[in-house]
Write a protein that binds this ligand. Structure first.
Ligand SMILES: Nc1ncnc2c1ncn2[C@@H]1O[C@H](COP(=O)(O)OP(=O)(O)OP(=O)(O)O)[C@@H](O)[C@H]1O
Ligand SMILES: [Mg+2]
Length: 348
């Protein structure tokens, strides 16, 4: 099930995931039986429209990076299909794969670790230009200068090594590398999580400028809801490898349908707000090797009934007031029950 176009982003999706799954392990053992299997991503159907920023949010281990690797072609789904501009990623020729690599780029979760410590910034940034473009030496030199300028780094940095950079600078280099081959879609995996708050703001502004300048589409992955809220047109909330809720960012943050989204929002640190995630930490996360039959969130959910324990809700079991807003929940929240309820009363 793929959702409709959000307002202002009509037309065919740039990227479409249909019922994708990625299972790790589960191979047959030599003397019978199977190795245990982890379902890192399951039953995910999601479209990305040209020009939008789709935020993907969820707790550590919910499958965000696995999804990013599938979308960028670094890994392949064990079931389901992913299409980019209508082309099935699983059926690409070698030549088409190269063309795809230049159109879809990945900014990695850890900025410093993603840069080879033995290579200068010049050779790190030149690699995609050599492999993914037909530029000659002069053309590459010009593009290198443009890339550095786009991410506000000085040209002297080209001859330095990754360890000579701060986290914020390293992330700019990661972004410059992603821009090298003039991509259409950039998957940003926790692009600011490793940075301090003032540098976060600089990198977020830079990403915003680059998006406008180069007409980019972003998938923006983060566990930080406030960052996702500030950058996204639409948001996908993941829990235990599945989509819990998808919708226009404004709607999801104003009136979450899924109790998990509500819990995430209430757990974001804010003055006068009681942190529920710390209370909830005692609750059991499902065992990835033995996933529950019903809704994976049921054990932590105040609304859970026997139906939730017995049956997985369909991804669009609950619908919001906006057509593009839906959630995988048997007992969605009414807007009045949502996040505002947890703000402590003003006692002054
Ligand atoms: N190569 C792998 N082999 C086996 N299991 C894996 C592999 N990669 C990921 N997993 C498992 O898949 C699940 C999802 O991992 P993933 O890295 O996608 O989570 P994440 O949401 O990106 O987490 P974080 O916020 O910590 O980056 C985890 O249970 C993880 O242990
Ligand atoms: Mg990750």
């Amino acid at each position: 099930m793929n959702q409709q176009s959000p307002p202002g982003t009509g037309g065919a999706p740039l990227l479409a995931m249909t019922d994708i799954e990625r299972v790790f392990g589960g191979e047959r053992k030599l003397f019978g039986g199977h190795n245990p299997a982890v379902h890192a991503v399951q039953g995910v159907s999601l479209d990305v429209k040209r020009g939008e920023t789709l935020g993907v949010v969820g707790e550590s281990g919910c499958g965000k990076s696995t999804l990013a690797r599938l979308v960028t072609g670094l890994d392949h789904p064990t079931a389901g299909t992913i299409t980019f501009e209508g082309q099935d990623l699983g059926a690409l020729s070698r030549k088409d794969r190269k063309a795809l690599a230049s159109k879809v780029q990945y900014v990695f979760q850890d900025p410093v670790a993603s840069l080879n410590p033995r290579k200068t910034i010049r050779s790190i940034l030149e690699a995609p230009l050599k492999h993914l473009t037909r530029l000659d030496a002069d053309g590459r030199e010009k593009r290198l200068a443009d890339m550095l300028q786009a991410v506000n780094l000085s040209p002297e940095f080209l001859e330095r090594y990754p360890h000579e950079f701060s986290g914020g600078q390293a992330q700019r280099i990661g972004i410059a590398r992603a821009l090298a081959a003039k991509p259409e879609l950039i998957v940003l995996d926790e692009p600011v999580s490793a940075l301090d708050v003032s540098v976060q703001a600089q990198v977020l502004n830079l990403l915003d400028d680059l998006k406008a300048q180069f007409g980019l589409t972003y998938i923006f992955i983060s566990h930080d809801l406030s960052v996702v809220e500030s950058v996204s047109d639409r948001v996908a909330v993941m829990y235990f490898g599945r989509l819990a809720e998808v919708g226009p960012a404004r709607e999801v943050f104003r009136a979450p349908l899924h109790p998990y989204t509500d819990l995430l929002m209430r757990s974001a640190p804010a003055p006068g707000r009681h942190n529920l995630m710390s209370e909830d930490a005692a609750a059991e996360l499902p065992d990835p090797y033995n996933p529950p039959k019903g809704c994976a969130f049921a054990a932590r959910c105040g609304q859970a009934t026997s139906l939730c324990l017995a049956e997985k809700p369909a991804p669009d079991a609950a619908k919001g007031t906006d057509d593009a807003h839906f959630a995988a929940c048997h007992h969605p929240l009414a807007p009045a029950e949502a996040v505002k309820a947890n703000v402590a009363p003003d006692t002054t």
